[in-house]
Design a protein around this ligand. Structure first.
Ligand SMILES: Nc1nc2c(c(=O)[nH]1)N[C@H]1C(S)=C(S)[C@@H](COP(=O)(O)O)O[C@H]1N2
Ligand SMILES: [Mo]
Length: 319
């Protein structure tokens, strides 16, 4: 019997050698064609949606007034394992992903399940701009002007039943478009598709956003086009990208990173400077673009809005 082991990869530890091999395989597989033709071709593909802008955006009372991370940083330093293990690959490799047409199924424990196309979704919900922090377990953070609408507005439409205790989210699973999902090419990294979950009260919290853009523009593919989650008080891995399925469920979903390394990544993933990750401290973070590290705030600075969701739970179990 052939037993394939998952490589011992974590969210932040990919050896340069693994990256080197990964890049070589892309080139050898013909995926990247000739290196010289790569960049112009991709730019042409991206241009189709690039021009789109959101207008008449509502302002959000949830926004921070901290200095924004530049668009170029947000759109070029990414975690999106479907498009490579390093931070540089997604901005190149995600450009081939087709984000139109795109359908999202909202189903499970609800009275009014629906499958809705992204265009209808954009038309049905009032978009607003919310400036949120996103913080990664790897201790970098950004301040991003997201465009989107509260997840609760969509969940209300499907009328969850009493059995709906959690929400499970899934990313597109399409190895033809997402080279990181091709097992032959990469071996196992995560079990695809990428899965995330929230407890119902977290999902309904007004801070939880479904985002379709940033900086007033349509979401770049590398940031999770055409629609991704933003949960600002949790580590970045909760903010699942390129969602095709939102399912109301009774049992706590097994999210991808918890499945990969349960002792390192939990279900809750609340930002907590007092609980160290097994292999590093989480007390400080580096804002992308800054040199000095700053103190990490409990719940990423959103304690006032969300700490009460976890009353009576041991904060040590909320990683
Ligand atoms: N489908 C999918 N969603 C994902 C990831 C991923 O690899 N695949 N990475 C997560 C992690 S670890 C982080 S830190 C954020 C990064 O979002 P950004 O690139 O927009 O900053 O996306 C999250 N969502
Ligand atoms: Mo992350």
């Amino acid at each position: 019997m052939l037993i394939r082991r998952k490589p011992d990869l974590t969210e932040n530890e990919v050896t340069p050698e693994a990256l080197y091999r990964q890049r070589r395989r892309f080139i050898q597989s013909g995926f990247a064609l000739a290196a010289g033709t790569l960049v112009p071709g991709l730019h042409a593909a991206a241009a189709t949606l690039d021009g789109e802008q959101f207008t008449d955006l509502g302002a959000s009372r949830f926004s921070t007034d901290e200095e924004l991370t530049p668009f170029d940083s947000i759109a070029s330093y990414n975690n999106f394992y479907e498009f490579g293990l390093d931070k540089d690959s997604p901005k190149e490799l995600a450009q081939q992903m087709q984000t139109r047409p795109w359908e999202i199924a909202i189903e499970g424990e609800c009275r009014n399940p629906m499958t809705i196309g992204i265009e209808d979704l954009l038309a049905d919900f009032d978009m607003e701009e919310r400036i949120y922090r996103l913080r990664c377990v790897e201790a970098w953070s950004m301040v991003v002007p997201w465009v989107g609408f509260p997840l609760s507005a969509l969940l209300d439409k499907v009328e969850p039943t009493m059995n709906a205790r959690y929400v499970e989210f899934r990313t597109l699973h399409d190895p033809d478009q997402m080279p990181g999902q091709r097992r032959g090419l990469f071996g196992y990294v995560l079990d695809w598709p990428y899965v995330e979950g929230l407890r119902m009260d977290e999902a309904m919290n007004p801070l939880t956003l479904l985002s379709t853009g940033l900086y007033g523009k349509v979401l770049p593919n590398q940031n999770g086009a055409p629609i991704r989650l933003v949960v600002p008080w949790k580590y970045g891995f909760k903010s699942i990208k390129s969602i095709v399925s939102i399912r109301l469920v009774e049992k706590q979903p097994l999210n991808s990173w918890q499945q990969q390394a349960p002792n390192e990544y939990g279900f809750y993933a609340n930002v907590n400077p007092e609980v160290d990750h097994p292999r590093w401290s989480q007390a400080k973070e580096r804002r992308v673009g800054e040199i000095l590290r700053r103190d990490t705030l409990p719940f990423n600075g959103y304690a006032e809005q969300v700490a009460s969701l976890y009353n009576g739970m041991d904060p040590k179990n909320l990683y």
